[in-house]
Design a protein around this ligand. Structure first.
Ligand code: AMP
Ligand code: FE
Ligand code: FE
Ligand code: ZN
Length: 302
């Protein structure tokens, strides 16, 4: 059972369509895949259909832009009802912040003598609901200013670089409560990657459990093997689920091939179990919370 629980499509900053991610995942020999576009459920329906056709399991997820003590923390939410009012409002605010920051980035670039228009961004962001710096990077590539996304981030778009502009994120502890209210479970994405490493100490992670945290993404390309082992141990100590995933972005992120990290089968089963319990508990409190279209892989060989 190979489960890859963190991938991106063109609905955010990946380069494959949602169906394309599922087809590529089946071709890569994965059994179950979560689509986790940034701040959006827009790819779920297409991905769920394609997963069924390809005979693989599907888990609907999203990677929510959160903030804790001034630092960016990415939260993977699985099985939420994206129409839950509280969650929907917060996601709308985050998406609006993505859009409203673009003119500021473009004006910073303009002051560096680089002319990129909102039209240029639309041309490269096509089907995306969540538009972000990777699309600005793509526009810089298209206009010949840089060779690839990496160079665009290194020269202009990363924090501390001249065209970096912050944007609205959801307060992490509030979001943990909203995910639970919306019937889902939450896993901190790449907790010890650059932005969140300093704030997510073991004590702080422990304090997030009381706010409803379900798991930690231990196995990820942004972690050393030692980080991953420590995070898995921390998860075990706190009765959290430890996951692993590729954070696939198609050609938008090198070295994040589908299945490069996967979630141990026993951990995956734990996550599913807690997701079902979370959904039932949320519906007990609020019967209008809708179940999400997740499915296990078809039994037997593909
Ligand atoms: P944004 O959502 O607009 O804040 O942009 C953040 C996204 O940019 C992340 O989710 C990554 O997918 C991508 N990203 C961040 N740093 C880099 C980098 N150095 N090279 C390529 N992509 C990056
Ligand atoms: Fe991304
Ligand atoms: Fe992330
Ligand atoms: Zn991601």
């Amino acid at each position: 059972m190979r489960a890859d629980l963190h991938t991106h499509s063109q609905r955010s900053d990946g380069t494959d369509s949602p169906a394309g991610v599922m087809q590529a995942a089946a071709a890569a020999g994965l059994d179950v895949v979560a689509l986790t576009d940034h701040d959006s459920a827009a790819g779920w329906a297409e991905a769920a259909d394609a997963a069924r056709v390809a005979g693989i399991g599907f888990l609907p997820g999203m990677e929510i832009s959160c903030v804790l003590e001034g630092r960016a923390v990415h939260l993977l939410a699985y099985g939420v009802d994206p129409e839950h009012a509280g969650l929907h409002d917060e996601l709308s605010a985050v998406l609006a912040g993505r859009t409203s920051r673009l003119p500021a980035i473009l004006s910073q670039l303009s002051s560096l003598g680089i002319s990129v228009s909102e039209e240029d961004i639309r041309a490269v962001s096509g089907h995306a609901t969540a538009v972000g710096r990777p699309h600005v990077a793509d526009a810089l590539v298209a206009s010949g200013h840089v060779a690839d996304r990496t160079e665009a981030f290194d020269r202009y778009l990363s924090p501390g670089r001249p065209a970096y502009v912050n944007r609205r994120s959801a307060p992490l502890r509030t979001m943990l409560g909203l995910v639970a209210s919306a019937g889902g479970v939450s896993v901190v994405a790449h907790p010890w990657a650059r932005a969140s490493r300093r704030v997510l100490t073991p004590d702080t992670v422990a304090s997030l459990v009381a706010d409803g945290l379900t798991g930690l993404e231990a196995w990820h390309q942004d972690h050393s093997a030692e980080d991953a082992a420590q995070l898995a141990m921390l998860a075990g100590d706190l009765n959290l689920v430890a996951t692993g995933a590729s954070d696939y972005h198609g050609t938008g992120k090198v070295n994040h091939e589908l299945g490069c990290h996967t979630t141990p089968p026993a951990q995956f089963e734990q996550l599913l179990e807690r997701m079902v319990v979370a959904g039932d508990a949320a519906r007990q409190r609020d019967p209008s919370v809708r179940p999400t279209p997740w499915c296990r892989p078809a039994p037997g060989p593909r």
